[in-house]
Design a protein around this ligand. Structure first.
Ligand SMILES: [Zn+2]
Ligand SMILES: [Zn+2]
Length: 202
């Protein structure tokens, strides 16, 4: 489902059969109702074929697979000639970095006026800028529950532990209703003034 080497998720595409999609090409995430464990998210993504499709991804795959957890892909260690799991290796690295105060993903919570660590399951809506180098991102804060919209680089989303030093923040309090948020997001995103905020978490 998630390939750590290309930092992409695998979905099916009606044209290509299978497609590899990085997080910055996600467009919308919705947690499916019900009590599945782990919970399941419906993801709409911009596919390499030019279309937009939807796919399902489990909470574990969404948040933890990029950090190596749950990834059983074996590889041959050329130093020891042993078959090892990339999962274990990446997990140790990820755990050590989180303990050192680095976070795989972060965003600036506008209502709280502070940066916060976050996981992809809190992302709601994404839209690339016209030039394609930046992505507008609506995040539901895991702490205060309010939606903030940040303007970030693609790497900020696609590569765990790569965080922009500064992000753009839309100065707008978004509605808590999901449908209203979608409308406001597209309305506010490229018309609003972005305020630059530092993302230093420590
Ligand atoms: Zn496609
Ligand atoms: Zn918050």
């Amino acid at each position: 489902m998630y390939d750590a080497l290309t930092t992409s998720y695998t979905f099916s595409c009606p044209v290509h059969g299978e497609t590899h999609v990085r997080l910055s090409r996600f467009r919308r995430l919705d947690q499916l109702p019900g009590a599945q464990h782990p919970s399941v998210f419906r993801v709409e993504f911009a596919c390499g074929c030019g279309g937009e499709h939807a796919g399902l991804v489990s909470h574990d795959d969404l948040d933890w697979a990029p950090l190596g957890l749950g990834d059983e892909t074996p590889f041959v260690n050329l130093m020891t000639s042993r078959l090892e799991s990339t999962g274990v290796e990446l997990t140790d690295v990820a755990a050590a970095r989180i303990r050192a105060g680095e976070w795989p993903w972060s965003f600036f919570c506008w209502p709280e006026e502070r940066p916060r660590p976050v996981f992809p399951s809190s992302f709601r809506l994404l839209e690339p800028s016209a030039a394609g180098d930046r992505v507008g991102l609506a995040v539901r804060c895991p702490v205060c529950g309010k939606v903030s919209v940040n303007l970030v680089s693609r790497a900020h989303l696609d590569v765990p532990f790569v965080n922009d030093r500064e992000v753009g923040v839309v100065q707008h309090l978004f509605d808590e209703d999901a449908a209203a948020t979608v409308a406001e997001f597209h309305e506010e995103l490229w018309s609003a003034a972005f305020d630059a905020r530092r993302l230093t978490l420590s």
